[in-house]
Design a protein around this ligand. Structure first.
Ligand code: C5P
Length: 233
């Protein structure tokens, strides 16, 4: 069976657990997302420990945001890890995004637009002239013009961003919940993984709906990943 367009969010403070999650799911998961907490705790060695147990791709969700020279240096410092995706804040602007793109020609630099944790009031207070959706669409356009190969957005923004950037860029969306999920956890406006893919996303980020099955063991986690994967391929 081919791997599904699932990005598994490896959100655990324990490296040994992270490695076991990857081993349990790697038949079905295309990409493993390692976040800032993981990277600040385990560093490059932690990323290598994950790469050692999978041939799936790595998504470094570090959300870089600094002057272009500094982002270029940070991106170069990551090149030995050869991540498929590396996030940067699109609000860092064209030159900053391009600095990351130029530093990592083999990585899809991934633009994060407006954080979905921000309310419309927050967006206005920061100083954006447009609402969150229109600002996210505009930022995705800047990111793609600067060479970003991928965009992270809310499932509700997929269609508008796809219209803005065309079919080329990869759209990755968190905030999805399988129809049979017992809880949506702290995710508020969710879509099912299948609906997100049908709306134009290339990958869905899924964490707890798969990782919580670890409490029933490795086999249960493999079966849960297989079940969600089967709806997507
Ligand atoms: O466990 P869950 O499926 O909610 O995990 C989703 C992952 O996607 C987490 O790593 C979370 O930080 C990330 N994420 C999100 N919403 C965003 C951006 C990232 O849930 N807007």
């Amino acid at each position: 069976m081919p791997k599904a367009p699932i990005v598994l969010a490896v959100d655990t403070p324990e490296l040994a657990t992270a490695v076991e999650w990857v081993k349990a799911t790697e038949d079905h998961v295309s990409v493993y997302k390692l976040g800032l907490e993981f990277f600040l705790t385990f560093g490059s060695d932690g990323v290598k420990a994950i790469k050692d147990v999978t041939n799936s791709d790595i998504f470094l969700d570090l959300k870089l945001h600094d002057i272009p020279h500094t982002v270029s240096g940070a991106a170069k410092a990551l090149s030995h890890l050869a991540p498929r995706f590396l996030t940067v804040h699109a609000s860092g602007g064209f030159a900053m995004i391009k600095a990351a793109v130029d530093a990592l020609p083999l990585t899809q630099v991934t633009g994060v637009t407006i954080l979905t944790s921000l309310s419309e009031d927050d967006v206005a207070e920061i100083g954006y002239k447009a609402n969150a959706l229109d600002s996210a669409v505009a930022l995705s356009g800047i990111a793609v013009r600067a060479g970003a190969g991928a965009i992270v957005c809310s499932p509700l923004e997929i269609k508008a961003i796809r219209d803005q950037v065309g079919m080329g860029p990869i759209i990755i969306t968190p905030g999805v919940r399988p129809a049979d999920a017992i809880s949506s956890d702290d995710q508020v406006r969710t879509m099912t993984p299948k609906d997100a893919i049908e709306a134009g996303a290339n990958f869905v980020v899924i964490g707890r709906p798969i990782t919580q099955s670890w409490s029933q063991g490795s086999r249960a986690m493999n079966e849960r990943a297989a079940q969600i994967a089967s709806e997507l391929i």
